[in-house]
Design a protein around this ligand. Sequence first.
Ligand SMILES: [Zn+2]
Length: 258
Amino acid sequence: MKAIAVHPDAIVVTSRIWQTNATALRAGGEALLIDSPYFPDELEALPALLRQAGFEPNALFATHADYDHLLGRFAFPNLAMGVGDPTMERIRAFPGEAQRALREEDARNYVERSAPLALGGVQSLPVPGYVELGDQELELHPADGHTSDGTALLVRFANLLVCGDYLSPVEIPWISNSGALADYRATLARLAPLVESVELVVPGHGAPQRRDSALRLLDEDADYLDALERGEERPALPKGRDSGRQREIHVENLTTLR
Ligand SMILES: [Zn+2]
């Protein structure tokens, strides 16, 4: 697990697997943890790591309901988790979905946990909307398409956009079963001016990106969606993302859209 300070009041923690990012923010004596690392040892070490950096989260937030972003309560079992309304709808419509997916992934990776995933008290927030953090405010923007839910957080006081599973330097656009290509396009269009307005973008997976590289990823992703919509079997994948695993995701995308 890797931790980098991206702003005096923002730290990004990256899991050893899938380069999954969790972002801690602080303002006015409060702190928020967005998303989570994956492995039990990472989750166990997280509270002390954040405390040493001066972050003591008093709330959690998940960008979307995929299990790999919902594990914050393993690290902070007493904290409530905030989610956008569409994420709450998904959790209600598919109870146990995240728990089941986590069990399967854990089995695949020979990972053992001391307890099953319990989401606890989940608080639903209107998107678009705002959430208060100490003396500051975060903007919540809809970010669906990868899945049926999704929230991007614009953090003006730290010049950051935390966008969930979009604009990744390591993963091509992934239209999962609940997602939709048209929604994905609309999200990219919605994210563009937000990216323009910040210095740094923290994607769900992969290194945080400066504004210019995030905009380049956004263009590449839009081009990829064009190729996907044309049903191309072997489109040119963006540089740095042309791997066997990303080809597999492309095949999954083709299957989902058919
Ligand atoms: Zn993810």
